[in-house]
Design a protein around this ligand. Structure first.
Ligand code: AMP
Ligand code: MN
Ligand code: MN
Length: 323
């Protein structure tokens, strides 16, 4: 797994960094990327976050500046001498999307918490006991022994932690995370503001989309599986964005008696993103891996290139073997 101490020592050796996250970055990914970037800034090191798209406006509240990141489309993808690449929250190298090519050419530090991470970096710190990569970034800053935790960094870390623990409701929530949160609150974060940004403050079109998706919900395996779909028709008719569908899968999982909740999102015709959530014991990362994806035991995903009806059938068949 490598130790955090080794990561800190390695970071101290370099002056320039490129920071990469996973495709369709969530709160843990965005929060961790910018917390690390601002920490490196405070260490007088130069760093750049590379993204496929502008960060979702919902993360705007923690103060991301245009100069803090660059889009792949505007960036000359060349590996630079003397620059270290750090990948965050990406369970495998494919998850880096457009960043993969660059990561393969550079010295790569892989910092993650996915249990199925194969350790694709030159230096790896993968800790599945951590609920969020944001928690690891916090530990890393502490390990450095400096007191560089300002309000902006703390807010980015809190966003990461609150996103990946579902506001401390998921099984990955540990006693230690509350100690970390206590320190983040002492650093001045506004917990209400973070929660509101992560879990509410919806667009009207989002709620309309949710209405459509929720009314599509079905049960299988005597009520142990619940699944719903977000198809292109619903997306177009409500005017919602793909991002607006994240979180819907939790409603399927949260039904009484359900062990596995699944959402089927039609990204394009014949390309379906499948999200899995389980309640207590079904290892959904294994199911996702069967279809070429991955994730955590309680939250996982994959993308299948088939018609949405066919995908539903195939996936349900597999999940039924587990419940
Ligand atoms: P999501 O359903 O997109 O919220 O993802 C839940 C978890 O599964 C996250 O930890 C993701 O990193 C992981 N995951 C989602 N899609 C994939 C994929 N195609 N390959 C590997 N891991 C994935
Ligand atoms: Mn993530
Ligand atoms: Mn994560």
């Amino acid at each position: 797994m490598g130790s955090l101490e080794l990561i800190v020592k390695e970071i101290q050796k370099w002056d320039n960094f490129i920071l990469l996250g996973h495709v369709d970055p969530d709160g843990d990914c965005i929060g961790s990327l910018f917390a690390l970037k601002w920490y490196l800034d405070s260490c007088n090191k130069s760093s750049l976050v590379l993204l496929a798209e502008r960060p979702d406006e919902k993360y705007g509240f923690f103060g991301i500046e245009k100069s803090d990141y660059q889009l792949f489309a505007d960036y000359q993808l060349t590996a630079m001498e003397g620059t270290c690449c750090i990948a965050l929250d990406a369970g495998n190298i494919e998850r880096l999307g457009e960043g993969k090519e660059l990561a393969e050419k550079m010295f790569l530090i892989n910092i993650d918490h996915h249990i199925d991470n194969p350790g694709y970096g030159q230096l790896n710190y993968v800790n599945p006991n951590k609920a969020a990569v944001g928690e690891i970034i916090y530990d890393l800053i502490k390990e450095d022994g400096t007191s560089l935790l300002n309000k902006r960094i703390a807010t980015a870390i809190a966003t990461a932690i609150i996103s990946d623990t579902g506001g401390f409701r998921y099984q990955n929530t540990s006693a230690g995370i509350f100690k970390t949160m206590s320190n983040l609150m002492e650093a001045g974060i506004d917990l209400y503001e973070v929660n509101r940004a992560v879990f509410s403050n919806y667009h009207f079109s989002t709620i309309k989309l949710w209405g459509r998706a929720l009314s599509s919900i079905k049960l299988a395996a005597e009520g142990k599986i619940a699944y719903l779909r977000i198809d292109q028709k619903a997306l177009k008719e409500t005017g919602a964005a793909l991002d607006d569908s994240s979180g819907l899968v939790n409603y399927a999982r949260d039904l009484k008696g359900v062990e596995v909740g699944i959402s089927f999102t039609e990204l394009e015709e014949n390309i379906v993103k499948v999200s899995f959530r389980s309640n207590t014991d079904c290892p959904v990362h294994e199911i996702a891996a069967f279809f070429g994806g991955g994730g955590h035991p309680r939250a996982a995903g994959c993308t299948i290139e088939k018609d949405i009806n066919q995908v539903e059938e195939l996936v349900l068949q597999k999940v039924k073997e587990y419940v």
